[in-house]
Design a protein around this ligand. Structure first.
Ligand SMILES: NC(=O)C1=CN([C@@H]2O[C@H](COP(=O)(O)OP(=O)(O)OC[C@H]3O[C@@H](n4cnc5c(N)ncnc54)[C@H](OP(=O)(O)O)[C@@H]3O)[C@@H](O)[C@H]2O)C=CC1
Ligand SMILES: [Cu+2]
Length: 462
C-alpha cells in the first residue's frame, strides 16, 4: 500500500459533465475500503479499469485488491470523474468538507438502509444536498459484496439521477461489468430504489400468498367436511386424520389449482388477443411443484399405514374364515394403491421437468423452441393428466348424495373447476378455425380490423 503523500495521482483527462465523452473513464474512484468497496474494486480491476481508493486511513486500511491505489479522499477524488460512495449513509458528513473537490464529479450512491423510512429523505437526495456541485446517481445498490466477489452478477440493476450524462457514464461502466441496468428516471426515484433490497423475494410474494390462502381455505373446508362432520353427525372422532390424510388432500388440490392458474392468464390473454406472459408464472409453477411433491411423498407414506391396517383386517377376516371376502378386500386395496401411486409418479415427474426447466440455469441451456415446448405443451399435458387424475378418482362419487355432506361438494370437485376451465379454453383455442384466426391476429392482422370485430371474434370463440 502506498501512502498518499508518496503517490502522484495519475494524470487522467477529466471531462466536464456537459461534454461527457462516449467512452467511460478508465480510472475510477471508490470511497470506502469496506466489504463493498473492496469487492467492487476487484470487479472493476478484472473488467479492465484502474481503481483508486479514497480512505480515512490510506496507510492502514485492510488488504485491498491487487493493483489498486489508495489515498486520501480529496486526493483520490481529483484523479477520477466517477466516484463510488461505498460508505454508510451515517458517515456521509465528511463529504461536505471535501465538496469543493467533488465539483462536477459523478457520485454513485450505492447505499442501503436497514429499514424503510428511517430518514426523512433518500440517502441519495441527502448526498446531493451535501455536495450540490456533483451529479449524484443512485443505483447498483442491489449488488452484494458476496456476489461481486464470486463473479455472480445476475439480476437487473436500476439507476436514477438528474443528470442524463452522469447516468449514461454509470450505465456504460455497468455494462462493461456485465450488468443489465435500467433507468428509473430522476433522483426522486431514489427512495424507491433504496427500498428494493429491503423486499424479500418480491416475485414470490403473490404466488406464496395465493398458495397459503388456498391452503388455509381448503384446510378449513375439508376440516369441516371430514372431521367436524363425522363428529357431529356420526359421533366419530377422526381428528388423527388431520396430519396425514387431510394434508394429502390439501396439497394436490392447491397444487393443481396453482398449476392451472399459471396457464389461466395465457388462455384468457389469447381470447383477449393480448398475448403476453405473466410475471408470476414461474414462481406459481414452482410453488405448485413443491406442493405436488409433498403430495407424492404423502401418497407413498399412506399405503404403509394402510398396509398395517390391512394386516389387522386380514387377521379378523381370517378368524371368520371367509377367504373370498378377504381376497376381494386385498384386491380392492391393492388396485387403488397401485393406481394412485402410478398417477403420482407420472404427474410428479412431469412437474419436476417443468420446474427444472424454469430455473434460469437449466432454461438457459435450452433453445427457445425447446423451452416453450416444455413449458407450454408439457405444462398443459401435466395439467391434463392431473385433472384426469381428479376426475377418475371421483367419477363414481359425483352422483352419490352421500358425497355432498352438508350440501357441500368435496374438495377435489372444487379444485377441478379452474383446471377444467383452462383445459376447455385451451381445447377451444386448438380448434383449427380458432387457431388460424389467432395466428393471423398475432401476426398483426388485427390492426386493419375495426375494434368491434375483434371483440365479436372473442365472443364467438367463447
Ligand atoms: N456489503 C454489501 O454487500 C453492500 C453494501 N452496500 C452499501 O455500501 C455501503 C458500504 O457498505 P459496506 O462496504 O458493507 O460497509 P463496511 O462497514 O464494510 O465499510 C464501510 C467503509 O466506510 C468507511 N467509513 C466508515 N466510517 C467512516 C466515516 N466516519 N467517515 C468516512 N468513511 C467511513 C470505511 O472505509 P475507510 O476506513 O477506508 O475510510 C469502511 O471500510 C453501505 O451504504 C451499504 O449500504 C450496498 C450493497 C451491498
Ligand atoms: Cu393424487
Amino acid at each position: 500500500m502506498t501512502a498518499a503523500s508518496e503517490m502522484k495521482p495519475e494524470s487522467v483527462t477529466l471531462h466536464p459533465l456537459g461534454t461527457a465523452p462516449a467512452s467511460v473513464p478508465e480510472l475510477l474512484c471508490i470511497f470506502g475500503t469496506g466489504d463493498l468497496g473492496r469487492s467492487l474494486g476487484l470487479r472493476l480491476l478484472q473488467s479492465g479499469y484502474r481503481v483508486v481508493y479514497g480512505s480515512r486511513r490510506p496507510d492502514s486500511c485492510g488488504p485491498l485488491p491487487q493493483g489498486a491505489q489508495v489515498m486520501s479522499h480529496a486526493a483520490a477524488a481529483q484523479t477520477a470523474s466517477l466516484i463510488f460512495i461505498c460508505v454508510h449513509r451515517e458517515h456521509y458528513e465528511f463529504l461536505e468538507t471535501i465538496a469543493q473537490h467533488l465539483e462536477g464529479k459523478v457520485l454513485v450512491d450505492l447505499s442501503n438502509n436497514l429499514k424503510k423510512n428511517i430518514y426523512p429523505e433518500a440517502n441519495a437526495a441527502y448526498l446531493q444536498r451535501l455536495v450540490p456541485g456533483a451529479a449524484v446517481v443512485k443505483g447498483l445498490n442491489t449488488l452484494s459484496a458476496w456476489a461481486l466477489q464470486n463473479g455472480l452478477l445476475a439480476g437487473k440493476q436500476y439507476l436514477c439521477g438528474n443528470s442524463a450524462e452522469a447516468k449514461q457514464a454509470v450505465a456504460e461502466m455497468s455494462t462493461k461489468l456485465g450488468l443489465t441496468v435500467l433507468d428509473r428516471g430522476s433522483l426522486s426515484a431514489a427512495r424507491e430504489l433504496e427500498d428494493f433490497p429491503l423486499r424479500l423475494f418480491p416475485e414470490w410474494r403473490l404466488p406464496l400468498r395465493v398458495a397459503f390462502g388456498l391452503m388455509a381455505f381448503f384446510f378449513f373446508y375439508l376440516l369441516i367436511r371430514d372431521v367436524i362432520y363425522a363428529y357431529v353427525e356420526q359421533r366419530k372422532d377422526i381428528s388423527y386424520r388431520i396430519m396425514v390424510s387431510l394434508a394429502n388432500k390439501v396439497f394436490p388440490i392447491v397444487s393443481l389449482i396453482m398449476l392451472s392458474l399459471c396457464y389461466l392468464p395465457g388462455v384468457i390473454a389469447a381470447f383477449l388477443q393480448l398475448y403476453r406472459g405473466t410475471k408470476y408464472r414461474k414462481q406459481m409453477g414452482l410453488v405448485a411443484l413443491g406442493l405436488a411433491f409433498l403430495h407424492a411423498i404423502y401418497t407413498f407414506i399412506i399405503p404403509i399405514r394402510y398396509a398395517v391396517r390391512h394386516k389387522l383386517i386380514s387377521r379378523v377376516v381370517d378368524e371368520i374364515d371367509n377367504k373370498p371376502l378377504r381376497l376381494t378386500l386385498i384386491r380392492q386395496r391393492h388396485g387403488e394403491q397401485t393406481h394412485s401411486m402410478c398417477w403420482e409418479s407420472w404427474a410428479s415427474s412431469l412437474y419436476v421437468l417443468l420446474g427444472l426447466t424454469s430455473l434460469p440455469s437449466v432454461g438457459g441451456t435450452l433453445s427457445w423452441r425447446e423451452f416453450s415446448f416444455i413449458q407450454s405443451k408439457l405444462g398443459h399435458l401435466t395439467l391434463g393428466i392431473c385433472t384426469a387424475h381428479g376426475y377418475i378418482y371421483g367419477w363414481n362419487k359425483f352422483l352419490r348424495p352421500t358425497t355432498y355432506k352438508w350440501y357441500t361438494p368435496p374438495g377435489y370437485m372444487l379444485c377441478l373447476i379452474v383446471p377444467s376451465v383452462v383445459l376447455v379454453l385451451k381445447v377451444l383455442l386448438l380448434l383449427p378455425c380458432v387457431d388460424r384466426t389467432l395466428t393471423r391476429i398475432r401476426q398483426g392482422w388485427e390492426r386493419t380490423q375495426p375494434r368491434e370485430e375483434k371483440f365479436m371474434n372473442k365472443s364467438t370463440n367463447l
